[in-house]
Design a protein around this ligand. Structure first.
Ligand SMILES: Oc1ccc2c(c1)N[C@H](O)CC2
Length: 115
């Protein structure tokens, strides 16, 4: 039979935790580059360079459609947002810095909540 989940990553609290973490990301002052999908028609090169676009509104939709198995698959998509940002933006740029700030904030929050 299936083993009992031992950590918040796997147990039934995983998805409410994801919704709470996403709400905190959306409320962060540096969230503005990540709130909605990049308009790849308006941004030269984006569609070619970024193979898997992701943003907070798409993550919210996927949560609502029960498309995340657990906290782990949710964290993979959040990290995709920040990895895409690092790929497309200089570290020393407004959006690049926002991405680093948001990743640092997210890493701290989910590790705190999992303790
Ligand atoms: O100067 C610009 C103009 C548009 C964008 C960026 C920078 N970076 C975002 O990651 C993608 C959209």
């Amino acid at each position: 039979c299936a083993k009992k989940a031992k950590t918040a990553k796997d147990d039934k609290n995983g998805l409410p935790l994801c919704r709470m973490l996403l709400a905190e990301l959306e409320a962060h002052r540096d969230a503005w580059p990540f709130l909605t999908p990049v308009n790849h028609k308006a941004v030269p090169g984006y569609r070619k360079v970024i193979k898997k676009p992701m943003d907070f509104s798409t993550i919210k939709e996927k949560l609502a459609n029960n498309q995340y198995l657990n906290l782990e698959t949710f964290i993979i998509d959040v990290n995709l947002v920040f990895d895409n940002c690092e790929k497309f933006n200089e570290d020393d740029s407004e959006i690049g810095r926002a991405g680093h700030n948001m990743r640092r904030f997210f890493d701290k929050r989910w590790t705190e909540l999992l303790q």
